[in-house]
Design a protein around this ligand. Sequence first.
Ligand SMILES: *Cc1c(COP(=O)(O)O)cnc(C)c1O
Length: 564
Amino acid sequence: MSPLDPFLGRTRIAYLSMEIALDPAIHTYSGGLGILAGDTVRSCADLELPVVFLTLASREGYLRQEIGPEGQQIDHPDPWELETHTTPLDAAVAVRIKGRPVWIRPWLYLHACPHGGCVPVILLDTRLEVNAPEDRGITDQLYGDGAALRLKQEAVLGIGGERMLRALGFEIETYHLNEGHAALLPLSLLRRHRLPADRPDRRLYSYDTDPVRGRCVFTTHTPVEAGHDRFPYDLVTCTLGDFFELDQLRLLAGEEALNMTRLALNLSGRVNGVAARHAETTRRMFPGYRVRAITNGVHVPTWAHPAFARLFQTVAPDWAHDPDTLLQADKLPAEAVWAAHAEAKAALIEEAGRRCGVMLQPDLPILAFARRMTGYKRPDLLFSDPEKLRAIAARYPFQIVLAGKAHPKDEQGKTLIRALHDHAHALRSVVPVAFLPGYDMALAKVMVAGADVWLNTPVPPMEASGTSGMKAALNGVPNLSVLDGWWAEGCEEGVTGWAIGQDGSPPGEHALDLYEKLETRILPLWHDDRTRWIWMMKQVIARIGSRFHSQRMMRRYATEAYLR
Ligand SMILES: *Cc1c(COP(=O)(O)O)cnc(C)c1O
């Protein structure tokens, strides 16, 4: 009897993702993409959808962040114990990489939800004695360094993943590619659909893409050109040999280089952006493709602070399974909402003290900013005029909490962290600033619930969706954000939060608008009109929490993308 037996007969959909955030102790994720995949796992279990998940073992994790005394990020591996969290399955498949067979073994993680729904997650591992020493580490480091390794990892995920599902006995009808990393999977399928040489409709392609397109769903996440994986064709040939004819691959994946997004677009019958705004941007970047939108959501029971979970129970008993019912949150008693917030805030204050020794006050508002530290997210926008910040704080005192990792190769991101550190030091007598190292799922939970205002300052249209603001919202924390990603849909000025700038206003004007909103709207409201502030908190939960959740997202994927 195999632990997969309960799933083999019923599973129809396979979801592939380079990263999945299953649990804080399982370091198979780096940020938003993995968190989304994890929330997808959790909602599929809740809804009992017939889905199996596939990712890499990532034994070395992504990055453990240490912040040195000068604010320099020090990178460490972040290993985790595959053996203690998952069980090995009895199967093996090989993918030919650089002329050698690379053997892959599967490990099983089962995610069960409290209602009894359960979904399997398969982790692919190449750390095996049979493999050549240089191939054993292919699946070790999430987003391993350099294009050569990345392509090998994507071959293991896409080509190996498809083979593994068959070896384990799954009969998959639909494959969902979470981002372009798994785009070699539809290419594997396509190899089985070569057209006979005398077919009259055989013009450009030697293959019939229709049956493959009928089985593949692609969600794209990256509105930044540099965010799309591109591999030079000489690297592709040297890595994958004659896996696919080069002239055909160029037609499907781009003339100059193998663009994984283009490959996925050409071989998926259903293509999705992660917010309405992002689908528009993707249509502009890749004209000629039908790109639809299913806006992302977050798994409410995972991200609701226990104090809020208790409150939700009183007005919407089925909230965890059916978060639409959080619409009832506007009926919550104001004192109870404020008390729950105080509890969540105390936990954040304690965490800040523990992680970086900064003592924050419970009776002053906390502005929080936590995301990947990289240029377009502008983590330093809030500090662009320190004098202005001091002047505002003199009238309406406030505090700042920051967190986020820079990718090890992102020097600009690392410089930004040092700059934040310097600002914190310079402001410390007027505005306490805490930079909490090691932003991960566990720290995110504490931050999204304990903040008073959740800040987001990307340069539009670079934020595909963003999800941390949704997590904050379901804990009653209003967003203050540039109108981009999901916030273009969720913002109701003065009700669910505030917009920084107008829709389409130049990014150069955002800092001024940010200061103006803080000084004239947000901080006065917090300090002088607590009744109205708590009214807003309730609106935030009712209007955002009931809508931007992963149950809704997966119900839509199930009906619109999987059931075609
Ligand atoms: C939710 C989350 C993210 C994604 O949030 P963004 O709003 O896209 O920045 C990233 N990292 C962690 C640890 C998270 O919990």
